[in-house]
Design a protein around this ligand. Structure first.
Ligand SMILES: Nc1ncnc2c1ncn2[C@@H]1O[C@H](COP(=O)(O)OP(=O)(O)OP(=O)(O)O)[C@@H](O)[C@H]1O
Length: 259
């Protein structure tokens, strides 16, 4: 990592996203309204909230895919108003992001090829990340020959190969079976600890949030959603769902959604 962690701290101030729902200027529907948040460089931050509250909207604003309607959004000192190589998104459906006509290795190397990285260097980068996500031996396979979990690993390896400082993950394990999901969660923590990336991970699953995040931001039900509470999760990794502290924190967070 060439940049100091502070240069990719994310600063969010009074951030808003709205859509006009009628002809009058007052016919405005706010998805998120006045969100304030600072996410430190290198942090693992989870955005937790019910379906439709605006988690993906906020993540896509940080990615630069969705424009803001008000407020400020900076990475370091730079205002975010478009996608950038410092940020990359891992989506829930790997199928829509992988190129079906390219092998695992070619998919992982795609961005590097676009950057005109020499072949031997590309090879060593793709070797590293294919290994890191546990896909050694599958380099020459095509996406259609892979399971859902393996495709998600390819997507992650491709994103990591491009070396963004910030990984934006939108329910990346939501479509996987429970066992694969658990394995991927453990591997992601391992990868985060090895690469020191900033991770912002969207989920509506409290257990997943608690297994992964150093901090968990709770989003309120929309419209005009906001981050109402932030929990510090200081439990040591790898986390044990059966530990009494885990269970206690789970209950505290769950009580938010029962009110
Ligand atoms: N382009 C748009 N125009 C109008 N409303 C939109 C637009 N995009 C999203 N919305 C609305 O914004 C709200 C938040 O959507 P978003 O996908 O961000 O929520 P989410 O918390 O990620 O949901 P889920 O967990 O179900 O994926 C929803 O009510 C959605 O219908």
């Amino acid at each position: 990592m060439s940049l100091p962690a502070t240069s990719h701290t994310i600063h969010i101030e009074q951030l808003r996203k709205s859509y006009n729902v009628g002809a009058a200027v007052t016919d405005v529907h706010y998805i998120i309204k006045d969100v304030n948040l600072v996410i430190r460089g290198g942090e693992f931050f989870v955005l937790l909230g019910p379906s439709g509250c605006g988690k993906s909207t906020l993540l896509n604003m940080i990615a630069g895919f969705v424009s803001k309607s008000g407020g400020r959004l900076r990475v370091g000192n730079t205002e975010v108003n478009k996608p950038g190589s410092d940020r990359a998104v891992v989506f829930q459906q790997a199928d829509s992001s992988l190129f079906p006509w390219l092998t695992v290795r070619e998919n992982v190397e795609f961005g590097l090829r676009m950057k005109k990285m020499p072949r031997s260097e590309r090879r060593s980068v793709s070797d590293r990340y294919i290994g890191l996500v546990g896909l050694n031996g599958h380099e020459e396979k095509f996406p259609k020959e892979l399971s859902g979990g393996m495709k998600q690993r390819v997507q992650l390896a491709r994103v990591l190969a491009n070396d963004p400082a910030i990984l934006l993950m939108d329910e990346p394990f939501g479509a996987l079976d429970a066992m694969t999901r658990r394995t991927m969660q453990k591997e992601l923590v391992q990868i985060w600890r090895e690469t020191h990336k900033t991770v912002i991970f969207v989920t509506h699953d409290i257990q997943e949030a608690l297994l992964l995040g150093e901090r968990i931001g709770i989003m309120s039900v929309g419209p005009s959603s906001n981050i109402t509470d932030i929990y510090d999760n200081t439990l040591a990794y790898p986390r044990d769902v059966a530990a009494s502290e885990f269970y206690a924190l789970y209950n505290r967070i769950q009580s938010h959604f029962e009110e």
